[in-house]
Design a protein around this ligand. Structure first.
Ligand SMILES: O=C(CO)[C@H](O)[C@H](O)COP(=O)(O)O
Length: 220
């Protein structure tokens, strides 16, 4: 299992995304946080920005939709050519139908769970998804502390993925740094979103390679 490190541009300089993307050229994917100020109490950007980001970076975009009504809006993000589009279980009306639509368009389909959302209803649905995002903070803001109480969800997901013989990526997002990445990797995560610990580092490149090594050394 290779550890993927996806820097979150929520922690980048919003006035200089193009040069910020160049600082994380060692990343596996670029994590793009779309927030609508309804599903979460924060507002970032929408479809035109995501489409433009894809034009200025060769890196695959890992789009995380923290928005209401993803059934209506998510397909548009897949149509920009995003590598993966992840929507929230709490917001979707028909998560399976939406995931199928995203895959049909050509994007990987991800489902995200807030810290208080149980994972059990989704375990048997795993074949419908390419990625599960376990939020390790309440979604909305960067720079928060990792919530270790979310780790049992990773264990349950990793067990089900192995039992069903699937290649579903297990992603964590929120408070990931050189300490917490080891905990999440041991619990079964293979894909790590990191905002402040990468963009806040003097050398994002070094931060990425350190995180990748630590995750690899502590993999499940
Ligand atoms: O989805 C997010 C917040 O909702 C961010 O991706 C996440 O919080 C990353 O920031 P940091 O690594 O600083 O916690």
């Amino acid at each position: 299992m290779t550890a993927r490190i996806n820097p979150s541009i929520l922690s980048a300089d919003f006035a200089n995304f193009q040069s910020e993307l160049a600082r994380v050229s060692d990343a596996d994917l670029i994590h793009v946080d779309v927030m609508d100020n309804h599903f979460v109490p924060n507002l970032t950007f929408g479809l035109p920005m995501v489409a433009r980001l894809q034009e200025v970076t060769p890196k695959p975009l890992d789009v995380h939709l923290m928005i209401d009504d993803p059934d209506r809006w998510a397909p548009g993000y897949a149509e920009t050519g995003a590598f993966s589009v992840t929507f929230h279980a709490e917001a979707a009306r028909d998560a399976v139908a939406l995931a199928r639509r995203l895959r049909e368009i050509g994007s990987r389909a991800g489902i995200a769970l807030k810290p208080g959302t149980a994972v059990e209803p989704f375990l048997e649905l795993l074949p419908e998804f390419d990625q599960v995002l376990v939020m390790t903070v309440e979604p909305g803001f960067g720079g928060q502390s990792f919530m270790p109480e979310t780790m049992p969800k990773l264990h349950a997901l990793r067990d089900s993925v192995s039992r069903l013989g699937l290649d579903v990526w297990l992603q964590v997002d929120g408070g990931i740094n050189a300490t917490t990445i080891q905990i999440a990797a041991e619990a079964g995560a293979d894909t790590f979103v990191a905002g402040s610990s990468v963009f806040g580092a003097q050398s994002p490149s070094l931060a990425i390679s350190t995180l990748r090594e630590l995750a690899g050394a502590h993999r499940h």
